[in-house]
Design a protein around this ligand. Structure first.
Ligand code: FES
Length: 347
């Protein structure tokens, strides 16, 4: 598997955020500044060398573009999590890590307007970036609903206090501590969300929290297109990807060859793709630097939108029905099923 999509970045600092969360700050050399430009809410994929294997791991950036000089990801230990524990135990200032260019579509189309930001635990990471960016560049009001197990688990507590104090008319931070209030119910979350039904909602956190939040927003009357959810699944080790893809079922209807147009970074590429070849494989073979990380349908860094023709999505653990309805697909799992296909990667 090629690794040229990763770039070696030096760790500038590691800071302890809570007893079980660390931030890693990266230095980006000037020649990679353009590559590592990002939008609030996006993530970095790190290639972690753990016990002789290579683990791709996606971590959201907690830094905010234009406000912070350096990239920063914040990582919370997961019980038995090989990647998160390795980062928290091993990474030191001065180390070099393999890092992929920023990816992800959990980012506001505009920083104007009102936001209802909903974070559970380490889900605060991308939300914090969106929050600071919206405060700095927008004029709307923001309610942050931040759920944690207990007080010592609250990441960025002092920074959030300072932001709320500096923007009393625009920012309201509501902490929900399970240790004090119990696990929030859908009905309780819906009441907190109800006055914000006109806002854009961004949700990140543990699966159960996100599911409850999505139901709560529906109950509160928020239209589905205003609800944005970031779901991460644990990616397979690089060493296991080929076997996973080989086990994926073949499409029912296929074509022998397709002409695929790819719009990426303002360029339009045309390539011939075999019917059993993924769009990503064909692009990489043609030397096109298309974004990707897991190559197993689990991370969404290869997301693109089908604007013409049809594809068969082999394996998908990240796109939901709403994404699919908008014709988003995963280029690492998409096989052409019509003779002409056009896809567009997010700019
Ligand atoms: S590269 Fe991870 S879903 Fe395609």
């Amino acid at each position: 598997m090629t690794t040229q999509r990763y770039h070696a970045l030096k760790v500038r600092a590691v800071t302890e955020e809570t007893h079980d969360a660390r931030s890693v700050v990266f230095e980006v050399p000037p020649e990679l500044a353009e590559t590592f430009k990002y939008r609030p809410g996006q993530f970095l994929t790190l290639r972690l060398p753990v016990l002789g294997r290579h683990l791709p791991r996606c971590y959201s950036m907690s830094s905010a573009p234009t406000l912070d000089a350096h990239l920063r990801v914040t990582v919370k230990r997961v019980k038995d999590g090989r990647g998160s524990n390795w980062v928290c135990d091993h990474v030191r200032a001065g180390d070099t890590l393999e890092v992929m260019a920023p990816a992800g579509v959990f980012t506001p189309a505009s920083l104007q307007g009102d936001f209802l930001l909903c974070a559970g635990g380490s889900g605060i990471t991308p939300v914090f970036s969106i929050l600071r960016s919206a405060l700095a560049h927008g004029q709307g009001r923001i309610r942050l609903l931040y759920a944690n197990r207990d007080e010592r688990s609250v990441i960025f507590r002092d920074e959030l206090n300072a932001l709320a104090a500096a923007h009393p008319a625009r920012l309201q931070v509501i902490h929900w501590l399970d240790s004090v209030q119990g696990v929030p119910s859908v009905a309780q979350l819906a009441e907190l969300a109800r006055p914000w039904a006109q806002a854009q909602a961004f949700i990140c956190g543990p699966g159960l929290f996100m599911d409850a939040m999505v139901s709560a927003l529906e109950k509160a009357g928020m239209p589905g297109e205003q609800v944005h959810v970031e779901r991460f699944v644990s990616l397979p080790d690089e060493e296991d990807v080929a076997a996973i893809n080989a086990a994926a079922p073949a499409p029912a209807a296929t074509v022998e060859r397709a002409t695929v147009e790819m719009e990426l970074d303002g360029e339009l590429y045309t390539l011939e793709v075999g019917g059993t070849e993924t769009l990503l494989d064909a692009a990489l073979k043609a030397g096109i630097n298309a974004p990707h990380s897991c190559q197993a349908g689990m991370c969404a860094s290869c997301m693109c939108q089908v604007v013409e023709g049809e594809v068969h999505l082999r394996h998908n653990e990240v796109l939901d029905a709403k994404d699919l309805a908008k014709r988003w697909t995963l280029s690492c799992q998409a096989l052409p099923t019509t003779e002409r296909v056009k896809v567009r990667f997010p700019g």
